[in-house]
Design a protein around this ligand. Sequence first.
Ligand SMILES: Cc1cc2nc3c(=O)[nH]c(=O)nc-3n(C[C@H](O)[C@H](O)[C@H](O)COP(=O)(O)OP(=O)(O)OC[C@H]3O[C@@H](n4cnc5c(N)ncnc54)[C@H](O)[C@@H]3O)c2cc1C
Ligand SMILES: *[C@@H]1O[C@H](CO)[C@@H](O)[C@H](O)[C@H]1NC(C)=O
Ligand SMILES: *[C@@H]1O[C@H](CO)[C@@H](O)[C@H](O)[C@H]1NC(C)=O
Ligand SMILES: *[C@@H]1O[C@H](CO)[C@@H](O)[C@H](O)[C@H]1NC(C)=O
Length: 461
Amino acid sequence: MHLSQNWRLASVFSLAVSATALAGFKANDIIIRDVAILGGGATGTYAAVQLREQGYSVALVEKNERLGGHAETLYLPNDEYVNYGVEGYFNNDITTKFFSQLNVDYEGLLPGSIISEHVNFNTGERVLPGSEILGTTAGAVLYRASIEQFDYLSSGAYYLPDEVPEVLLHPFREFVEANALQGALDVIFMFAENVGNILDAPLLYIIQNFGITHINALLEGGYIRPKNGTYELFRKAANYIDDENIFYESVVTQAKRNSTGVELVVENADGSRKLIKAKKLLITFPPTLSALDGFDLRKEESCLFAKWDHKNYYAAAIANTGLPDGINVANTNPENQPGSLPLPPFQWELEYSGVSGYFMTKIVAEADFTAEDAKKLIKSDLKRMGETGVFSTKEPEIAAFASHSPETLIVSTDDVRDGFYKKLYALQGQQSTYYTGYTFCTDYSTPLWNYTSSVLDMMDL
Ligand SMILES: Cc1cc2nc3c(=O)[nH]c(=O)nc-3n(C[C@H](O)[C@H](O)[C@H](O)COP(=O)(O)OP(=O)(O)OC[C@H]3O[C@@H](n4cnc5c(N)ncnc54)[C@H](O)[C@@H]3O)c2cc1C
Ligand SMILES: *[C@@H]1O[C@H](CO)[C@@H](O)[C@H](O)[C@H]1NC(C)=O
Ligand SMILES: *[C@@H]1O[C@H](CO)[C@@H](O)[C@H](O)[C@H]1NC(C)=O
Ligand SMILES: *[C@@H]1O[C@H](CO)[C@@H](O)[C@H](O)[C@H]1NC(C)=O
């Protein structure tokens, strides 16, 4: 290369870049931060706010055009809204401290309705309730007593002993029988519905979704929510984090990591690219092989990340259903005993939103069930209820729809026996990379924020 060309190149590319592995970025397109955070849902947003408050610089990379992840709010005229994703947060110090940091006004979360009608969505027929015999509190207390023995799971992380008790790996059905929990299935399903067929899933994954931390929240403080919709938390967080630190509609397409730091190529939906250099990397979305395409995964990482199985999960706000305001219609399947719980793919419940004419629905299905399939299911379930005459339903308008897939990441019982979770947590800090999010800790925001705090502490910035 001629000297003159060299000179021209040096003036275009910063000196820093000539030393990096991922070259070809103009100085303006190189972003240097303490921590790069991937995913701006509950955990990534929380991490960014805490790090900023502690005086560290962050870059938050979010695939969507907004923060919030599973927290989604449909805003309607007249200051009304429907939280059709996350509805509320545990009413404890972890949540209220975060709300106060961001000046988010909050209120107690009350259900849109406490009246439930029971319908078998497969047939459209009205049926008897499943397992309401005990009621929510009594069911939760009984179940709590039976799982207290697994205290190492109580914060919601998979902190398992080296020898995993076999009972945790057996189908939940056996534990229900042994502990006479038939009457508690309603309340358990209310939290663990995302597991799908809970009776045949390992007990471990039921406790992960509804364990001591959830029961304590339910019995002690209940739930709170931001007064102006759950999205309000994220709107205020985005202000706090500052737009210059948030990369919306962006994903990492290449990553090089070692023990001193990371370099990430971030590509925006418009095709523009930036290079982020950070001391630490925090990955908050489920670390699947497809989500980490382009990363310099080591063998131990790709071996673990290849093992995930998951559910698909969709949520929607629907209008014009023909259902009367003020009721919830619970999907109840008398053919599935004990508990009369629905089997995937299912709409869990048509839940009155508290806003006239609007219902919310959550759909749990296997990994091959598409968004189109989910929309068809919403319509056909309502149509069946109309045909049997249980309600005079109409073809609904899907006012808002979201995919939350992949959800409920699980591995086989053999892998759990083989120390999967120990190996997974051992990745924390390797190659300057850290993880949080619902793959690492229970899928509820408040315990996830608590777990995220512990991960930030590990970073030792
Ligand atoms: C419908 C629904 C209702 C729920 N209701 C409640 C509730 O009422 N209370 C409660 O506590 N919990 C609830 N949950 C559980 C909820 O998942 C957790 O509370 C919490 O939101 C999970 O946070 P997270 O950061 O782990 O994941 P997410 O919120 O999913 O955040 C992950 C983020 O990463 C982004 N992302 C994904 N891939 C990439 C990529 N490659 N690059 C960059 N960004 C990426 C996503 O867009 C998303 O913003 C609900 C979940 C669902 C699906
Ligand atoms: C890590 O990578 C950076 C950039 O690629 C390099 O400058 C640094 O020397 C590497 N550190 C180690 C310990 O390999
Ligand atoms: C928060 O996490 C700590 C460990 O970091 C744990 O001891 C504590 O029980 C957790 N609190 C809640 C409410 O889950
Ligand atoms: C409520 O949230 C919406 C959407 O983010 C916003 O436009 C509106 O200004 C908020 N209202 C108040 C009173 O903060």
